[in-house]
Ligand binder design. Structure first.
Ligand code: FES
Length: 511
């Protein structure tokens, strides 16, 4: 078994299979000021798909990506292309009514076909395979939930049935299954789409972090470190909006982390994609690879920044995987971050009243492939002045008191507590106590310090106060990052931003 840096007692190589099996993109960084029709901030599935759709409609688009295209959240997905989102439809009907629940179902089903049509049209080799998606019950109680989900999904027009025949050898009590869903290699797909963007006035800039949006109600200007982009419209496709003029989104979503292992079996994996219905997430799919079939097992989610010993999640995931299959090797491990809205449905549409030219697409839970593609379609329709049949259920300004009030309240109290006191990251011990490979919050000379000691014994010390809104970041031992529990900003051991909404690095200790 190979171990990457920082692995020690965790399985697999610390690398996304998707990123390891595709080449880095070569787009330049922005230097100077330019004008465009639409500025798209973020080069993941939402940003790239939106850019392609708008370019097809004759618009000049400029994509700004802080790192490399598709190396953020999209590079760490499990890439299930399905409208079966664990259990959602019975709850959606209850919360939103059948008409809006049907919009959600149709938007996600249509997204599968949008992806399939891009693959056909541009002949994209991306391991796209049609497979059924299962949500299976691991207990007698959950059996009722999956049966109800099958009824709810079918009532909305999805090809859903309840089945006792679940081909995964995990203990189960039946499943809801939706046919003709799909899986693919997300980076092979999206990097091909991204290659279609430059030209005819459209561009992609990488290593170009957007710092601010100025919206005067007519033209919008995105400011970056080395230039500005002025546009008629701005699409914030950054996973989490770094620009939140109304302060609306910061309180209505919570960040969640989950884990993936790429494992090898000594038997074929069944034809399907699988996720359990209740309890800690257990997710399965397979992927063709040069060395044979790779099986991706995922789960062990928790709120970002709330769990310091994150390495144990990889170990627990391996133990779970071995309880289902004889595993011959664990080849890869990676983790992902998702945002969950207070009512479980993404926010897609204009940012807020008074900001009608700034569009948001965020809060996809764990289902970014279809929701992200649907978001690109909806936002493109809005920019083109076309009515979207699915806009209502995703409207960012919706508020369903019955659906979200209680959770919204609890969430806000939690965020406020962390904001004020850094409740999760309490100082503990002295510098001498910090072992190689360990990170901690300490008090040094009367100030909080986030201290990490690397394998060579070097100490990396930062001010752990998040530069977004001032919560105290917590050490993530599995990824060796500082993660903010409030809105999910993430920084490397030296404080460099690797995930927004923060746009500024942590200060060095004493800075
Ligand atoms: Fe918002 Fe840290 S305070 S991400």
């Amino acid at each position: 078994m190979e171990h990457g840096p920082g692995a020690y007692d965790v399985p697999g190589r610390h690398e996304s299979f998707w990123m390891e099996t595709t080449a880095e993109t070569p787009h330049p960084s922005l230097a100077g000021n330019l004008e465009t029709d639409v500025a798209v901030v973020g080069g993941g599935i939402v940003g790239i798909t939106t850019a392609v759709l708008l370019k097809q409609a004759g618009y000049a688009v400029t994509v700004l990506e802080a790192n490399r295209v598709c190396h953020g959240v999209t590079g760490h997905t499990t890439a299930k292309v399905t409208s079966l989102h664990r259990l959602i439809y019975a709850e959606l009907i209850d919360r939103f009514g059948s008409r809006q629940a049907q919009q959600y179902a149709e938007a996600n089903q249509a997204a599968i076909e949008t992806i399939a049509s891009f693959i056909r049209k541009y002949d994209i080799p991306c391991d796209f395979l049609r497979k059924p998606a299962y949500t299976y019950a691991e207990s007698e109680e959950a059996r009722g939930l999956v049966a109800a989900e099958a009824d709810a999904a079918r009532s909305l027009g999805l090809p859903a049935t309840f089945t006792e025949d679940v081909p995964l050898p995990a203990r189960n009590y039946g499943a809801v299954v939706v046919g003709n869903q799909a899986q693919f290699h997300p980076l092979k797909y999206l990097l091909h789409l991204a290659s279609l963007v430059p030209g005819d006035g459209s561009r992609i800039y990488e290593k170009t972090r957007a710092l601010e949006v100025q919206d005067d109600g007519g033209r919008c200007t995105v400011r970056t470190e080395n230039g500005t982009v002025t546009a008629r419209a701005v699409v914030l496709a950054t996973h989490y909006p770094f620009y939140d003029s109304p302060g609306f989104y910061f309180a209505r979503m919570e960040p969640s982390r989950s884990y993936v292992l790429g494992v090898r079996l000594d038997e074929p994996f069944p034809a399907g994609m699988f996720i359990n219905a209740a309890g800690p997430v257990h997710s399965w799919r397979s992927q063709p690879s040069g060395a044979g079939e790779l099986v991706l097992v995922g789960g062990m989610e928790h709120r970002t920044g709330e769990d310091v010993d994150t390495r144990r999640h990889y170990r627990d995931l391996e133990a779970y995987a071995r309880s289902v299959y004889p595993i011959t090797s664990v080849d890869y491990r990676w983790s992902a971050q998702d945002y969950i809205t207070v009512d479980g449905v993404p926010y897609i549409g204009p940012l807020a009243a008074g900001h009608e030219n700034v569009y948001i697409a965020t809060g996809f839970r764990k289902w970014g492939m279809t929701n992200g593609t649907a978001a690109a379609t909806i936002v493109t329709d809005m920019i083109l002045g076309r009515a979207s049949p699915w806009a209502e259920v995703y409207a960012p300004d919706r508020f369903k008191p019955a659906a979200s009030a209680r959770r919204f309240l609890v969430h806000n109290i939690e965020v406020a507590e962390k904001y004020i006191g850094g409740a999760i990251s309490r100082p503990a011990g002295d510098l001498a106590d910090v072992l190689p490979g360990e990170g901690r919050i300490l008090m040094i000379e009367g100030q909080k310090a986030g201290v990490f000691r690397d394998r060579e014994g070097r100490v990396h010390a930062v001010n752990p106060t998040c530069t977004h809104l001032g919560c105290v970041a917590a050490w993530n031992s599995a990824e060796e990052t500082w993660d903010c529990p409030c809105h999910g900003s993430r920084y490397d051991a030296d404080g460099k931003v690797i995930h927004g909404p923060a746009v500024k690095d942590l200060k060095p200790r004493g800075g």
